[in-house]
Structure formats: structure tokens, C-alpha cells
Design a protein around this ligand. Structure first.
Ligand SMILES: [Cu+2]
Length: 167
């Protein structure tokens, strides 16, 4: 065996060891402060927010949210877009939400959110509903989401974002 072999073997070990450790430790997902805003007026569109925490050594991704509270449940974000020379905020569906190792991802109004399209029941402040979050590595995490009152400023903000104030 020559020197080159040992160097290669050493390199392979150096690369493999951290990977194995990470795979064993994996992500450790928890969900804090879940809450939802009720639909606007007679609309059937609501949004859920929360903090996705990961105390593990490996990043994970929220890839899907499931539940019977709405016909369609989508992962959304907001982007700033130029329209007629003005910057406006628009919603866009995203394929996943990354949750970094030893970090967190905050879903909040004006940013990432879970969109409930075609709500199947009344959602009033004080009500709760179940959501199942599906993570790429951690698998399914069931949460209970309380519906909270929407503030006047937020309502205005939300109407603007959904383009409802332009008639
Ligand atoms: Cu949305």
C-alpha cells in the first residue's frame, strides 16, 4: 500500500464521518405559537402562521400541510414585485420551507404562511383546527391551530396583499 492510498482513505473518512453523525442525529422539529387569521368577510381564504424550530443537527424542509379545514392547503410566501413603477406585495406558492439545523423559520403575516383556500367550516376567533405538517425528514407533525382575532392594521395590510381594496 502506498502513501496515496492512505491519503485517500483518510480523506474518505474525513468526509464520511460528519455525514454519518448528521444522519444519526437528524433534524429535531417542534412547532411554536401556531395561530390562524379568520377569513376576510364572507371569504373562504385564511392563513396560518407559526414558528418551525429545529434543534437537530440536520436541516429539514416543510414540504406539505394537510388537513380537512380547507379544500386546498398551500405553502405560500410574499414577494415584492414592480408593477406600474410601484412596488407591490404579492403571494406566491413555494414548493417547501427550509428549516435550518439549530435554527428556526418564522411564518408570519407579510412573509411565509400556510394558505387555507376554500375553508370547509366557520373559523372564528376562539375556534381551533388540526393541521398535519409533513417534513421531508422528520415526517408528519400534528398541530392544533387556534384562530385569533385580526387587528385593524393587519386587516388593511391583508386586504392590500390580496388586492381586495382595489375596486
Ligand atoms: Cu397566501
Amino acid at each position: 500500500m502506498n502513501r496515496r492510498f492512505f491519503m485517500r482513505a483518510g480523506l474518505a473518512l474525513a468526509v464520511l464521518a460528519p455525514l454519518t453523525a448528521a444522519a444519526l442525529a437528524g433534524p429535531k422539529i417542534s412547532v411554536e405559537n401556531p395561530h390562524a387569521r379568520p377569513p376576510m368577510g364572507s371569504g373562504k381564504v385564511a392563513a396560518a402562521f407559526m414558528t418551525l424550530k429545529n434543534d437537530g443537527d440536520e436541516a429539514d424542509k416543510l414540504v406539505k400541510a394537510e388537513g380537512d379545514v380547507a379544500d386546498r392547503i398551500e405553502l405560500h410566501t410574499h414577494i415584492m414585485e414592480k408593477k406600474d413603477g410601484k412596488m407591490i406585495m404579492r403571494m406566491r406558492q413555494v414548493p417547501f420551507m427550509e428549516v435550518p439545523a439549530h435554527g428556526q423559520t418564522v411564518l408570519k403575516p407579510g412573509g411565509l404562511h400556510i394558505m387555507l383556500i376554500g375553508t370547509t367550516r366557520d373559523l372564528k376567533p376562539g375556534d381551533t383546527f388540526e393541521l398535519t405538517l409533513v417534513f421531508e425528514k422528520a415526517g408528519k407533525v400534528k398541530i392544533t391551530v387556534p384562530v385569533k382575532k385580526i387587528s385593524a392594521t393587519l386587516m388593511h395590510h391583508k386586504m392590500k396583499m390580496h388586492g381586495m381594496d382595489k375596486k
